[in-house]
Design a protein around this ligand. Structure first.
Ligand code: NAP
Length: 468
């Protein structure tokens, strides 16, 4: 399509929109939401009329809007936004004749989830049964409408039983530069009303896991690095609590979380292999786990970032200078010069190289999960990056931890009080994931998983009886 024809289509659609903008919009209620909505509608070219209990007191109303009584305001428009709390809907039934056949938009929210037996919109519809009630705009805040910063909330969820009325409301939303999303019949209103009351529902489980792991590993590291030294050597290592221990805890938790991102995927693949079909639901816990993988990955990324910052300050610390100086002084006193240990040079460089590469591919993963980037990819490209690059990141980060351990894994002195170091524990889940993934990419296994995912089913004599 050339740019001329695109321009033509654009002009036609904006002309269509302008036609709609001729419709006057009525808003009941001159409170915060009503005023902000009115201001936004006026800016978008819609004439606005307010219906108020006290039309003679139009303070703070956007200039260009008119204010009438409810009855007078109703006569000017076929779309009415009801910007009034549900507790005050009792004036509506008296207007039912004037509201007949009109579109009444319920924007209300409640203070608690499932506060009433029915949604506010269904309640409104019962009050004026001949009016076409549409639920919408309740997920947009008055502040966002007023300030114009709608990036995070430019989506307007709309539902209603009358399709024509719903389309009219969606056109108004489009005219305001918002993105309307049809959520179906008025039955969906309850869900829409609960939506703004939710507080990071998808983040609750990942944050709880993160908090639990962080506290556990912090205490674990304090026991091994501070208390052990004090009890066995009477040495004070409490200074480690500020930088050294957090710099152990963050990468440990980050690696475990990254492992937890990829573990449900491999469990799901093995479950499908075992069942010989993809047409059976996963257990609830696995479903929930799969749904919070993105959040787990983002927290893991954030912890990885913290690890980088904490590592960068290492050479700036007083304890670092002090230890260096002590080392040099002890060599001078003993009149010795330590030889350059090539193994240690290689080990150190390998350790840092793996860390840098692991973090780099983690950054790529994070970038591709941004909606603006992932929208530019097709489904296959997105899956390729998230799965293949994800497993490569896990491999690099696990190898980074393994090189830190080097030959310490087999030395009994590593295990203070018989306990493994934190980084050793952090490798358990990633190693399980990597081994399982290795099995899954074996050609014969991979072929079977692919067939199952394409819809093929293994018919077994006893499969139905066992209900697996
Ligand atoms: P508000 O500032 O308290 O305004 C409510 C308006 O309702 C009042 O200004 C008043 O307008 C009218 N009203 C009050 N008592 C009334 C009564 N007994 N009979 C008739 N009208 C009455 O509340 P708001 O923040 O604008 O919220 C209005 C609705 O929008 C609520 O349902 C809320 O859940 C929803 N909402 C608000 C936001 C937000 O960010 N504020 C976001 C989404 C949805 P008049 O004096 O002009 O009659």
């Amino acid at each position: 399509m050339d740019s001329n024809s695109t321009g033509l289509i654009h002009q036609t659609s904006s002309r269509k929109r302008l036609d709609h903008k001729q419709d006057t919009i009525c808003i009941f209620g001159t409170g915060d939401f009503g005023r902000s909505l009115g201001m936004r509608l006026l800016k978008s070219g819609y004439p606005v009329v307010f219906g108020s209990r006290d039309p003679k007191n139009p303070t703070l109303l956007p200039s260009g809007a008119q204010v009438f009584s409810h009855t007078e305001a109703l006569k000017t428009s076929k779309i009415i936004f009801l910007a009034v709390h549900r507790e005050n809907y009792d004036f509506i039934p008296a207007l039912s004749d004037l509201l007949d056949g009109k579109v009444l938009v319920d924007v209300s929210n409640n203070l608690k989830m499932n506060q009433y037996p029915e949604s506010n919109a269904q309640y409104l519809s019962q009050l004026v049964p001949k009016t076409n009630v549409v639920k919408g705009f309740n997920t947009v805040s008055a502040w966002a409408l007023q300030s114009g910063s709608l990036d995070a909330s430019s989506q307007v969820f709309v539902c209603g039983d009358d399709n024509k009325s719903k389309q009219l409301v969606m056109d108004v939303a489009r005219g305001m530069g918002l993105t309307p999303l049809d959520q179906g019949s008025l039955l969906a209103a309850e869900e829409l009303e609960n939506y703004p009351l939710q507080l990071f529902p998808m983040w609750r489980l990942p944050l709880t896991i993160t908090a639990g792991l962080t506290v556990f590993f912090f205490i674990y590291c304090v026991v091994l690095q501070v208390i052990y030294s004090y009890v066995n050597k009477n040495v004070d290592h409490t200074y480690k609590i500020m930088i050294s221990i957090p710099n152990h805890v963050f990468p440990i938790v980050s690696l475990i979380l990254l492992g937890l991102v990829y573990l449900p995927g491999v469990i799901a693949a093995f479950l499908q292999l075992y069942r010989g079909t993809k047409y059976k639901r996963f257990p609830d816990w696995l479903d929930k786990w799969m749904l919070c993988r993105k959040q787990l990955g983002l927290i893991s990324f954030a912890y990885g970032f913290l690890h980088i910052f904490y590592s960068l300050v290492k050479p700036l610390r007083y304890i670092f200078y002090w230890k260096q100086a002590q080392y040099v002084v002890s060599q001078v006193k003993q009149n010795t010069t330590s030889e350059l240990e090539m193994t240690w040079v290689w080990r150190g460089d390998l350790f840092y190289a793996l860390g840098i590469l692991g973090f780099f591919s983690f950054c790529l993963l994070g970038v591709t999960s941004l909606p603006s980037v992932s929208n530019a990819m097709n489904w296959r490209e997105f899956r390729f990056v998230q799965s293949k690059l994800g497993h490569v990141t896990l491999l690099l980060c696990t190898a980074h931890a393994a090189v830190l351990g080097w030959n310490k894994f087999l030395k009994p002195t590593t295990y203070k009080w018989g306990l493994p170091r934190g980084y050793m524990l952090s490798m358990v889940i990633p190693c399980i994931v990597l081994v399982l993934k290795l099995i899954l990419i074996l050609p014969c296994v991979d072929r079977m998983v692919t067939r199952i995912r394409q819809g093929w089913e293994r018919r077994e004599k006893y499969a139905d009886k066992l209900n697996i």
